[in-house]
Design a protein around this ligand. Structure first.
Ligand SMILES: [Zn+2]
Ligand SMILES: [Zn+2]
Length: 297
């Protein structure tokens, strides 16, 4: 009754909560490896700094992994249920698209090497010349057009995780990017993650990182503000709108970071993320996106 209000019940070590919640499994590495990775910074409950750090790591993991059993179940169910062709509904032999539909996918033409918008002769476009973005290069697997747009929407809003292998394969098919040190999926705000149950960028980046033998960066960068770039704003306004959206505690000194995202629309979010990475020492930032929308204005 008269006890100090500050005396909160003892917290369960974060690593235990993470393991129990299945995040480590979702993360794709074993419990022992996870303990080794985090035990030093997590298991010092008496120390406020360590506790803050633990909470921060926990948030990062939350914001970057499959967040719930529900999401994992969705994933399993979606993979187990046989699908016909995503586009035409004909039998596709267990793959996402039948041969005909796979042969009619939209293709990317000559594009600006920096922002991936259509550009004659694949020259750097006027917009990138006059106001160079913080990132150095962008590769897009597809234009944001049918049926790729439907696939991305099905993944994000209808939890069709069965489109992931197809889209991830398209990113891999773009070929290796020289000199990349780490793969960073576009972080998702924890609020969006709770709604969706997974970060689609992580699911797209995971197979790519595995194939290329590159580390997947899931902890150092987080999305701390939940704002979307608004189409109605000018490029400059969009950039200031995105200020403070990302939080990065770690250093990226001299690193070439490969940022993976599903769709690049205005480029303001990727620009904001690249700016943060450069501030933390990254030497080069390359974007790898499934789809690029045409210029808005
Ligand atoms: Zn088809
Ligand atoms: Zn450009």
């Amino acid at each position: 009754m008269g006890r100090a209000k500050a005396e909160a019940p003892p917290r369960q070590p974060v690593i235990e909560r993470i393991v129990r919640a299945g995040y480590i499994h979702a993360w794709g590495f074993g419990e022992t490896e996870a303990r080794e990775k985090f035990v030093g910074m997590l298991e010092n409950p008496g120390c406020n700094a360590a506790r803050n750090r633990a909470c921060w790591v926990s948030d990062r993991i939350l914001s970057n992994s499959l967040s719930s059993l529900r999401a994992s179940l969705r994933f399993v169910v979606d993979l187990l249920v046989p699908h016909d062709c995503f586009v035409c509904g004909h039998e596709s032999g267990g793959v996402l698209l039948c041969t005909e539909c796979a042969g009619e996918l939209p293709v990317v033409g000559p594009a600006c090497p920096m922002c991936a918008l259509p550009s004659p002769g694949a020259m750097v476009c006027g917009a990138c010349l006059s106001a160079p973005p913080a990132f150095d290069a962008t590769f897009a697997a597809f234009p944001y057009a049918f049926p790729i747009d439907r696939m991305v929407q099905a993944l994000k809003y209808r939890y069709r995780l069965s489109v992931v292998p197809f889209l991830a394969e398209a990113l891999i098919a773009l070929g290796p990017v020289d000199g990349v040190d780490r793969v960073l999926p576009m972080p998702l705000h924890v609020k969006r993650l709770r709604e969706r149950g997974f970060n689609q960028a992580v699911e797209l980046a995971r197979p790519l990182a595995r194939v290329r033998g590159l580390p997947l960066e899931l902890v150092q960068v987080g999305r701390v503000l939940d704002v979307a770039p608004q189409m109605s704003l000018s490029w400059r306004e969009r950039q200031s709108n995105m200020r403070g959206v990302f939080d990065c505690a770690g250093r990226f000194d001299g690193a070439h970071v490969l940022v993976v995202d599903d769709v690049m629309t205005t480029g303001a979010t990727l620009h904001a993320l690249a700016a943060v990475l450069k501030k933390q020492g990254a030497s080069r930032v390359t974007n790898l996106v499934v789809a690029r929308t045409p210029r808005m204005s």
